[in-house]
Design a protein around this ligand. Structure first.
Ligand code: NAD
Length: 481
């Protein structure tokens, strides 16, 4: 049964939005030399602010600021001191968490329940975690045990992030880089720059030395200039596989080190001995959390044939209770699609699903008139050859397939060019371990899904990229021997 809830909107008064934002370079906000572009609220299409586009010249200025800060200040700052700055940033994030959560939901379209309870607490947790590492780097690379020197930072890191978890992806990039002693130039995605710019203010508030963190805004061209800049020592990219491949080609043959966190098409596998209600919660969390804008989303559901009817019936019943709408309403489960471009892609691939013969179903749900919206959707009768089973949709769309034996489940799960994550639902511990060994995925969740922890490395196999973020492994990407 679906309950009626009165509206419970979170106030946006806590956010002090400026009408326009510059670039954060060398500790100050400066004008960019490119054209300004608009950031809109995906839930209402209201223009939130004008953002400066960084040109190749601006990128050059930012990299020079990061280099100066690296040479003169940060590389001479002890691990214990760096640690203090990171702890300070983590605490300010906690203090300003409500402001950050409201701004994230406004700019990205994700429900406030998620930005408040998942994104921002994790952002603080990643800063706290890496703050603890900054003075212990001699233990960061276990294969160097016994070495008399501490591993060195790489220098200036150029970091590019996507729009689905704007501040969390920033934390995954900036916290380990600074802990390891690097300085950074980070470019947020063009549709979600606002929390990165608020983070720049937090760096000022924490008295972080000028130039250690630089935030430049802009789209693909700005990113390309950053990746190609000759004085960048390390490129860290999270985004689509297509752009990741282009970046790989650009840095090939240079001295730059690179990590790529790319797309996914995860299998979420439900065996007949799984606790079905719990599995249904995991399926819903796996694909409808953050509107399915999740690289590790459980977008391919594999259900054992003997429980298929039961799982499908319960899943539909559960989906009918999902509340889609205002991201700032505390009762909202599914928010807005981040941009009109992304909405067009989700619509296009869903139409392909129908044209290829899969059966489409969504619960009855009223979508707001303005903004970018897509109802939670499932496809049944999906075969492995269908595009909706092969390509990343990056939206609230689930493709459902079936299997009979564990071996068939493994074969179908691994039948993808990606390899970021997978989920296994079963009562048997031995089966979980066996499956985890067989699945070609960087993360395998057992009887849960979409769980993140700063101590745990995250990253992909195959076209999902290479390198790991999080945990001790996340430091390796920012250290030289
Ligand atoms: P995208 O690749 O289009 O953009 C990502 C970022 O790269 C943006 O900041 C964009 O401005 C920039 N960019 C675009 N073209 C560029 C170029 N030629 N050179 C340098 N930078 C460029 O991806 P998106 O649509 O913003 O994000 C969605 C994708 O990100 C999905 O495929 C998703 O799976 C992936 N993702 C992966 C992870 C992970 O950890 N593996 C996490 C989140 C998102």
């Amino acid at each position: 049964m679906a309950f009626e809830y009165a509206p419970a909107p979170e106030s946006r008064a806590i956010v002090d939005l400026k009408s326009s934002y510059g670039l954060f370079i060398g500790g100050d906000f400066v004008d960019g030399s490119g054209h300004a572009f608009k950031s809109v609220s995906p839930a209402t299409e209201e223009v939130l602010a004008e953002i400066a586009e960084a040109t190749a010249n601006d990128v050059d200025t930012a990299v020079a600021a990061a280099r100066r800060a690296y040479t003169r200040t940060w590389s001479k700052t002890s691990g214990a001191e760096r640690s203090k700055y990171l702890f300070r940033i983590a605490r300010i994030i906690q203090e300003r968490s409500r402001e950050l959560a409201v701004l994230e939901s406004l700019d990205n379209g994700k429900p406030i329940r998620e930005s408040r309870d998942v994104d921002i607490p994790l952002v603080a947790a990643y800063f706290f975690y890496y703050a603890g590492w900054a003075d212990k780097l001699e233990y960061a690379l276990p294969h160097r045990r016994g070495a008399t020197t501490t591993p060195r930072p790489l220098g200036v890191a150029g970091q590019i992030i996507p729009w689905n978890f704007p501040l969390l992806m920033l934390a995954w990039k900036i916290a380990p880089a600074l802990a390891a002693g690097n300085t950074v130039v980070l470019k947020p995605a063009e549709t979600t720059s606002l929390t990165a710019l608020l983070f720049a203010e937090i760096c000022q508030q924490a008295d972080l030395p000028a130039g250690v963190v630089n935030i430049i805004t802009g789209a693909g061209e700005t990113g390309r200039a950053l990746v190609g800049h000759p004085d960048v020592d390390k490129v860290a990219f999270t985004g689509s596989t297509e752009v990741g491949k282009a970046i790989g080609r650009t840095v090939a043959g240079t001295r730059k080190s690179v990590t790529l966190e790319l797309g996914g098409k995860a299998a979420n596998i439900v065996f007949d001995d799984a606790p079905i209600d719990q599995a249904v919660e995991g399926i819903v969390n796996g694909i409808f959390f953050n509107q399915g804008h999740v690289c590790c989303a459980g977008s391919r559901l594999l259900v054992q044939e003997s429980v298929y009817d039961d799982v499908l019936a319960r899943l539909k019943r559960r989906m009918a209770t999902l509340r889609v709408g205002d991201p700032l309403d505390k009762n909202t489960d599914v928010g807005a699609i981040n941009s009109s471009e992304q909405l067009a892609r989700i619509r296009e691939l869903s139409a392909v699903g129908e044209a290829e013969g899969a059966e489409r179903w969504s619960p009855p749900c009223e979508l707001p008139d303005r903004g970018f919206w897509f109802a939670p959707t499932i496809f049944t009768g999906v075969s492995q050859a269908h595009r909706i089973a092969r390509e990343e949709i990056f939206g609230p769309v689930l493709s459902i397939l079936t299997f009979r034996t564990p071996a068939e489940a493994v074969e179908k799960a691994n039948n993808t060019p990606f390899g970021l994550s997978a989920g296994v639902w079963t009562d048997k511990g031995s089966r979980i371990l066996w499956m985890a060994n067989q699945l070609r995925a960087g993360v395998v969740w057992a009887n849960t899904f979409n769980r993140f922890d700063p101590t745990s490395p995250f990253g992909g196999y195959k076209e999902s990229g290479y390198g790991r973020e999080g945990g001790r492994h996340g430091l390796e990407a920012y250290l030289a021997e």
